[in-house]
Design a binder for this molecule. Structure first.
Ligand SMILES: Nc1ncnc2c1ncn2[C@@H]1O[C@H](COP(=O)(O)OP(=O)(O)O)[C@@H](O)[C@H]1O
Ligand SMILES: [Mg+2]
Length: 307
């Protein structure tokens, strides 16, 4: 792999501001047609809905995404759950089993698709069995969520930083988004950007050792199966830190993460890894072979420019 490219799809004002920072650290292209041969591609906001198609297109030029389709699916399909089940809310994958389990849960359940929720607390949080049935029916009528498969998760009361003034809406809880490249944390920020400034400040002023610890613990397991991801962690009302969910880093919004840190750290990690793979390769070679290898790479790059 020679080039590291970022394929960035900008859609709104926030992502345009982010794009400007991405350009400081990465060679950014806005269409896959401009990706040269042998590239490693970070598909920022640009990999869905046709992940496999993009992977195939890039493979024609011997290029690849930072997460392969299999590595992406590990996250999108909720498979990560099985690797960190001890530090995230208990989850059921079948409506009947979940309905039985519901009766023994003290605070109810959260229902959602394997990748996405209905983005509404009213269509997500079941306090009673009647809520459970109402939400389950609704989610099964939503083509996208039903296709993903519904997951049923124990609801764990979280530490609230700012109570929402809108009924049936999300409270701004003590929740943090942590970006990782493998086991290296790249950036961490308060999850709820819509919270009052004073709430975000209050959140930032606490000791975050527990949050970092649980996120890193998760990353050590997840990094065996995928590369670039976010781990969202939250403090429970009882004071323990848990993982809320895992998402592909390519498609995850910044929340309050510092974009300069995110992009500069990601670039550092990718370059360090590329160097390492070169030196691993070179360690078994004679100086003449290394020279020939470097020459071949250079010619390949020139050829790519001509092509
Ligand atoms: N099991 C749970 N217990 C308590 N709160 C939860 C639970 N699952 C989700 N939440 C809250 O709901 C929010 C949205 O849920 P999430 O699973 O992250 O859905 P989405 O896919 O829309 O991001 C979370 O950020 C968290 O604050
Ligand atoms: Mg989420």
């Amino acid at each position: 792999m020679n080039d590291i490219k970022m394929l960035f799809r900008s859609s709104d004002r926030d992502s345009l501001a982010e794009l400007a920072v991405a350009k400081k650290y990465f060679d950014v292209v806005e269409t896959r047609m401009f990706i040269p041969k042998d590239s490693l591609v970070v598909g920022r906001y640009s990999v869905l809905p046709y992940y496999r198609e993009l992977e195939r297109d890039l493979a024609f030029n011997n290029s690849r995404l930072i997460n392969s389709a299999i590595e992406h699916k590990y996250i999108a399909n909720f498979d990560w759950y099985h690797d960190i089940a001890d530090i995230t809310p208990r989850t059921w994958f079948d409506a009947t089993a979940a309905s039985f389990a519901f009766d023994d849960l003290p605070h109810g359940m959260v229902l959602k698709g394997r990748t996405n929720s209905a983005k509404s607390w009213y269509w997500m949080y079941a306090k009673t069995k009647a809520d459970f049935r109402r939400i389950d029916t609704f989610l099964h009528q939503n083509e996208m969520l039903a296709h993903q498969g519904i997951v049923y998760r124990e609801y764990i009361p979280l530490d609230i930083i700012e109570k929402s003034c809108i009924p049936n809406s999300f409270d701004f809880v003590n929740e943090w988004r942590c970006f990782f490249y493998k086991t290296k944390m790249l950036a961490m920020g308060y999850y709820w950007t819509m919270a009052e400034e004073s709430s975000i400040e209050k959140a930032n002023n606490q000791d975050l050792f527990g949050a970092i610890n649980i996120a890193t613990q998760a990353a050590h397991k997840l990094a065996k199966r995928t590369n670039f991801f976010v781990v969202d962690v939250a403090k429970t009302a009882e004071g323990n830190w848990i993982v809320i969910e895992v998402n592909d880093g390519q498609m995850s919004g910044l929340s309050c993460c510092n974009e300069e840190l995110l992009y500069s750290n990601l670039k550092t990690e990718l370059i360090a890894e590329r160097r390492k793979s070169y030196s691993n390769l070179a360690s078994g070679l004679t100086p003449q072979a290394i020279e020939a290898y470097e020459l071949a790479k250079k010619q390949q790059k020139e050829q790519a420019k001509v092509d």
